[in-house]
Design a binder for this molecule. Structure first.
Ligand SMILES: CC(=O)N[C@H]1[C@@H](OP(=O)(O)OP(=O)(O)OC[C@H]2O[C@@H](n3ccc(=O)[nH]c3=O)[C@H](O)[C@@H]2O)O[C@H](CO)[C@@H](O)[C@@H]1O
Ligand SMILES: C=C(OP(=O)(O)O)C(=O)O
Length: 428
């Protein structure tokens, strides 16, 4: 097992390119099951979630080629193979296999998903949607079994705005008979990306990106070619790290509209931001002002950027508060930042940051994906060497991180852990 080492304090300069969106990729790949002929997705990130989903499609009989970010999925040999255990537990998004397999085969058996622990992550709204479409859903020894004689369109009101439930219901409803209306739908860009792929496969979807989505079911879907949208969370992570440790960084392959809430907050702090057509420039940031952040559904401030933002906030002059209204326990990075000399207090769903602090290199552990991003940013800001373990989380969502950050002048590398270090991490 490896750890990441970062020598902090080296000013970052230059250009860094954003990859395809993880949170789109993890839905686009299962969506290929719905077609009767091969689909090609271009621009996928080289992250472990994508490799896990590739293996899952192969497990159900698909043939999948993946090279240079391009994945070709031939669904011809696919069957409704139950997947109650194993790889499905590695990632949250394996729940999209439920919607896609239910749509295609009218049955699915999928183990309850894994992914980052951020507090309770129920999937009751997904189940409510599948049941409204005519499926029976039972929980048998930790796996959900979904069965339907036929799927029929329905009007489904989501009690909570959920990205996962909106996409999952869309995946099943494109192959249902008649019209489905999803009310109180989530509006994230990833939902539009999945709807675009499905529409190009022959589905009839209107309103993706608004809070009412109308789907007219079709009997057949065909393969197509699709280019994924850029990852707004990776873009945001790079913007934050540029503000934290940069002296002029351009982030390329960004849809600026997708990061508007972050741009607004960075400007409020006094970070120089210039917006291009497909790039964002972050200038050297000094004397940052205190701000408060509340995570909200899109287009509000994303929960996924809350953790990286906390690291930047240790530079502010004053007090700042971060409230996560989406996930109550997304604060595991705080104790690690404290090890690095940050002055932060958590109270319920909020973290209060007292700045400025001069961060010090330390041995820290990434408890989840964005906690990992927060610690990498802190390591780039800190004096001395920071060692980050828990890289399996970071590898779920950031492709070629070392190469990309080294390109900006960061001193960052991976190192094999000794047996003694492994034991310490496992016992922690
Ligand atoms: C709205 C929001 O910010 N969504 C984020 C959420 O998506 P993710 O898809 O994981 O979460 P959802 O959008 O589905 O959930 C939003 C909220 O609804 C709740 N919920 C969800 C489904 C359900 O059936 N029942 C239920 O109560 C969740 O616990 C959460 O509090 O985390 C992802 C990974 O960090 C982010 O990329 C998404 O942008
Ligand atoms: C927590 C995340 O991923 P997942 O929902 O797959 O656990 C994330 O993208 O920040």
């Amino acid at each position: 097992m490896e750890k990441l080492k970062i020598e902090g304090g080296n000013p970052l300069k230059g250009n860094i390119k954003v990859s395809g969106a993880k949170n789109s990729a993890v839905a686009l790949i299962p969506a290929t099951i719905l077609a009767d002929s091969p689909t090609v997705i271009e621009g996928l990130p080289d992250i472990s979630d994508v490799h896990t989903l590739k293996a899952l499609l192969e497990e159900i009989g698909g043939s999948v080629e993946f090279e240079d970010g391009e994945m070709r999925v031939n669904p011809e040999g696919m069957v409704a193979m139950p997947l109650p255990n194993g790889r499905v537990k590695k990632l949250r998004a394996s729940y999209y296999l439920m919607g896609a397999m239910l749509g295609k085969f009218k049955k699915a058996a999928i183990g309850l998903p894994g992914g980052c622990y951020l507090g309770p992550r129920p999937i009751d709204q997904h189940i409510k949607g599948f049941e409204a479409l005519g499926a029976t859903v039972t929980n048998e020894q930790g796996a959900l079994y979904l069965r339907a004689d036929e799927l029929k369109g329905a009007r489904i009101y989501l009690d909570v705005v959920s990205v996962g439930a909106t996409i999952n219901i869309m995946l099943a409803a494109v192959r249902a008979k008649g019209q489905t209306i999803i009310e109180n739908a989530a509006k994230e860009p990833e939902i539009i990306d999945v709807a675009t792929l499905l529409s190009n496969m022959g589905a009839n979807i209107k309103g993706a990106g608004t809070n009412v989505i109308r789907i007219e079911g079709v009997d057949e879907l065909h393969g197509t070619r699709h280019t994924i949208i850029p990852d707004r969370i990776e873009a945001g992570t790079f913007m934050i790290l540029a503000a934290a440790a940069g002296e002029g960084v351009t982030i390329n392959n960004v849809i600026p509209l997708h990061v508007e809430s972050l741009i607004a907050k960075l400007r409020e702090m006094g970070v120089p931001v210039e917006i291009g057509d497909e790039d964002v420039y972050i200038g050297k940031s000094e004397n940052l002002k205190s701000i408060d952040i509340q995570t909200l559904v899109y287009p509000g401030f994303p929960t996924d950027l809350q953790q990286p933002m906390t690291s930047l906030m240790t530079k502010i002059h004053g007090t700042a508060m971060v409230t996560d209204t989406i996930y109550s326990a997304r604060f595991k990075h705080i104790d690690e930042l404290k090890r690095m000399n940050a002055n932060i207090k958590t109270e319920g769903r909020a973290a209060i940051v007292y700045g400025p602090s001069v961060l010090q290199g330390a041995r820290v552990k990434a408890s989840d994906l964005r906690a990992g991003a927060a610690l990498v940013i802190a390591g780039l800001m800190a004096e001395g060497i920071t060692e980050v373990t828990g890289l399996e989380h970071i590898d779920r969502g950031y492709s070629d991180l070392i190469e990309k950050l080294s390109g900006l002048g960061a001193v960052i590398w991976r190192e094999e852990m000794s047996a003694e270090e492994l034991e310490q991490v496992n016992n922690a």
